[in-house]
Write a protein that binds this ligand. Structure first.
Ligand code: GLN
Length: 280
């Protein structure tokens, strides 16, 4: 058997990045995968760049870099993704939380909404629900998802992040929520059209289509939520939904048709119209 030439951290990092030249973020991918194999904090890259990997670490690193090279998302490979100031476990049963979605949290904080009760529809990993629960520690947040394994994952993430004021249940949109009213209903539902070519590229190929694709050119779930939400909103309460970069106009028109007030949209970090809101 050939003797494995054990690499120092900094050399492993650059080797990984070279292997991943087809990724948009080769250096970051290599770093995240290496830190996962080392089970170490990022500081080690600066404090101990010459430390040699162990045989086990190096074999794992090579294996995981190979998986990434084949296209698997880094978050699924390492089982974690940062969102807001949380570290969330992820699994192929749910969407990987995106930085785009953080712009919804920013909007809630910037607009000084003071909700007493929050609902997150289609919570997935629990990203939105947990970020809001952390920002509003005196507010009860309910997260629901159709997929049982997503509900379990969200509960697990709640525990992992030590958040007390959230609850997660299995429900198809509003179906499992009888007689409850909220001041803020937020959702990142599926909104991609099934013919969108973006579905055959990059990380989304590995994500569950139930979290990505919706009928009616991607509008079906956005419109269903918009139609039902007034039954579950307190007067003055807000509906806030993420959507695709070309869907703001369509969602605004529907919210206005349904009688929502002060309808508007907001942008993500890339400057795309990423979410739309309206008040009851
Ligand atoms: N924003 C994601 C994407 O385009 C999709 C998220 C969603 O459908 N809710 O990759």
């Amino acid at each position: 058997m050939p003797v494995l030439n054990l690499l120092p951290i900094k050399q492993a990092l650059s080797m990984g990045a070279n292997e991943l030249s087809e990724s948009d973020t080769p250096a970051l991918d290599s770093e995240l995968i290496l830190l996962h194999c080392l089970n170490a904090h990022r500081n080690i890259l600066f404090t101990d760049p010459n430390q040699l990997l162990s045989i086990k670490q190096q074999q794992q690193f090579i294996e995981l870099i190979k998986r990434r090279k084949q296209g698997e998302p880094v978050a699924y490979i390492i089982g974690e993704q940062g969102f807001w100031d949380l570290t969330l476990n992820v699994s192929p049963d749910t969407l990987i939380p995106r930085p785009d979605t953080e712009s919804l949290i920013d909007w809630v904080l910037e607009n000084n909404l003071a909700p007493n009760h929050i609902l997150d529809l289609g919570c997935g990993t629990g990203a939105i629900a947990l970020a809001l629960a952390k920002e509003f520690p005196n507010v009860q947040v309910l997260g629901v998802d159709l997929v049982e394994s997503a509900v379990l994952l969200a509960k697990n993430n709640q525990q992992k992040n030590g958040i007390a004021n959230a609850q997660f249940i299995q429900s198809s949109w509003f179906n499992g929520i009888a007689n409850q009213h909220f001041d803020l209903i937020v959702s990142n539902p599926p909104y991609i059209d099934e013919r969108d070519e973006h579905l055959s590229k990059g990380d989304v190929r590995y994500e569950p289509s139930s979290a990505l694709i919706a009928k009616q050119q991607g509008f079906a779930d956005l419109f269903h939520i918009a139609q039902q939400a007034p039954h579950f909103l307190n007067t003055g309460g807000c509906l806030l939904m993420e959507h695709g970069w070309q869907q703001a106009q369509g969602v605004q028109t529907e919210l206005k048709r349904l009688g929502y007030n002060n309808v508007g949209s907001g942008q993500d970090l890339a400057g795309q119209w990423r979410f739309t809101f309206g008040f009851k």
